[in-house]
Design a protein. Structure first.
Length: 135
């Protein structure tokens, strides 16, 4: 999850390079909607998995002894599944083309383009190489 938060601020800059528009609000809205939708879906699926695994709710204030299959299900749900998603996210983020050097060039280009828009000067020399690098 930390990788998503690390990449999130760079997405409006990359979009600005291609569309010449600042749309941070759009990205924030989509990001929050997907986060809430995924949280609700995971909670629903976890509750179903616990029910199918044979969870025994407490009777009054007395906790019930849980079966071994329920304990194994808990271990799989809270250890192995997150590790699989973490490895998948690491693999997908390795293909993210924004390196430190490309990020520096992108920021420098966007600042110079904003300045040139105010001065009506064309700044396109570095735009195509950046688009190829990031696109």
């Amino acid at each position: 999850m930390a990788m998503v938060y690390a990449i999130y601020p760079d997405m409006p800059d990359i979009d600005d390079l291609f569309s010449k528009e600042r749309r941070e609000g759009l990205y924030a809205g989509i990001f929050i909607f997907i986060r809430k939708l995924s949280s609700a879906s995971i909670l629903f699926l976890l509750s179903l998995a616990l029910e199918f695994a044979g969870y025994k709710p407490p009777i009054g204030n007395i906790p019930q002894l849980q079966d071994q299959s329920f304990i194994i299900t808990l271990r799989v749900m809270f250890i192995f599944i997150p590790v699989i998603f973490l490895l998948a996210s690491i693999a997908s983020m390795r293909n993210f083309p924004l390196s430190a050097e490309a990020h520096y060039r992108l920021k420098r280009f966007l600042i110079s383009r904003r300045k040139s828009d105010n001065d009506n000067v064309e700044v396109s020399r570095e735009e195509e190489p950046l688009k190829k690098l990031l696109g």
